[in-house]
Design a protein around this ligand. Structure first.
Ligand SMILES: Cc1ncc(COP(=O)(O)O)c(C=O)c1O
Length: 313
């Protein structure tokens, strides 16, 4: 029942939603792309996932410049010339949030080949950008700790695909790992690198806590360079913990005091069970909760020391 109701509310919201497509703000239902678009057939889009939150001073977008920089890096890696400046995309994102009167929301800029000829090569095909924003609250965070499965699928590595780009096609790796976990009765997957060390979740970075150390796999572990991951590292240092980036063996996950995910959508999500093994005492850990509380204060503008991460609109 909850799902049907949610779908219904979502449909009503989408009907009135305005999205930005190549410089124009139009109704969601009028934003059409050819079904033969290269990006649908071959997964050649690049995108970002950004959040805005309600604060005392109105809606604020979290770490907008960092997301825009990553959007442009993803485009560059995939030979996509976006024909917009960073400022133009930034202003467009702000406009979309404003014009839809959104507070807590998820923002999706997406660049794609807007062309309807069949053929693998997108060389010199027209590129379009759309920006949509939808109301958004909880993702994995609504669960008080998630149960994870180490995926039988390995994380893609940068000899095969550029792991630091947020490109649609890269996500088939995430999707298959996630589905394997869900169909096996878990909430989420954890992917290992080709060498068997811990990489990340399908759409989240991962941390372990051992004593006073907050540890995350480094960039050489084929992870996406998460903006929340960087935020967590900053918060951890602020709170007096040691931040370490190093390879993590799979079995270290099982015996860590605490394990958690970080991500724009997942925020800070405690992991309480992996492969049927309880992490710590099976409840969200103390340090995880302290980091999460500080994170939520920062995104909601209650922690003035990191106000520079907020773009008020
Ligand atoms: C594969 C992957 N790893 C990690 C993350 C977390 O990145 P961020 O904190 O920038 O959202 C994401 C989400 O974008 C992701 O898709």
């Amino acid at each position: 029942m909850k799902n049907i109701l949610n779908d219904f509310i979502y449909l009503i919201i989408m009907k009135d939603l305005k999205v930005w497509l190549d410089g124009e703000l139009i109704q969601y239902n009028d934003a059409k792309v050819p079904i033969l678009t290269h990006s649908l057939q071959y997964g050649s889009g690049i995108f970002e996932g950004i959040r805005a939150y309600e604060t005392d001073k109105g809606t604020a977008i979290f770490r907008l410049d960092d997301h825009i920089n990553r959007f442009f890096r993803s485009a560059k890696i995939y030979y996509m010339d976006l024909k917009y400046t960073k400022d133009e995309i930034k202003n467009a994102i702000i406009e979309v949030v404003k014009k839809n009167n959104l507070s807590n929301c998820y923002i999706r800029p997406f660049a794609f080949y807007n062309d309807d000829t069949i053929g693998l090569s997108p060389f010199k095909k027209k590129i379009s950008v759309f920006i949509a924003a939808v109301p958004f609250k909880e993702y994995l965070t609504e669960l008080n700790g998630v149960k994870c499965k180490i995926s039988s699928w390995k994380r893609i590595n940068s000899n095969i695909l550029p792991v630091s780009a947020k490109a649609s096609g890269n996500y088939l790796n995430s999707i298959i790992a996630h589905l394997e976990a869900r169909y096996s009765g878990y909430d989420e997957a954890i992917l290992l690198t080709d060498n068997g060390s811990v990489a990340e979740g399908p759409g989240e970075n991962i941390f372990i806590v051992k004593g006073n150390n907050v540890i995350s796999p480094g960039l050489s572990s084929d992870i996406l360079e998460g903006i929340t991951r960087d935020t967590v590292m900053n918060i951890s240092r602020d709170l007096g913990y040691n931040v370490i980036e190093r390879d993590i063996h799979k079995e270290e996950l099982y015996v860590s005091n605490e394990v958690f995910f970080s991500g724009t959508a997942a925020e800070i999500t405690p992991i309480v069970n992996i492969d049927g093994i309880r992490i710590g005492d099976g409840n969200p850990g103390k340090i995880t909760v302290a980091i999460k509380n500080r994170y939520m204060d920062i995104v909601h503008g209650k922690e003035k020391s990191h106000n520079n991460w907020l773009t008020y609109i």
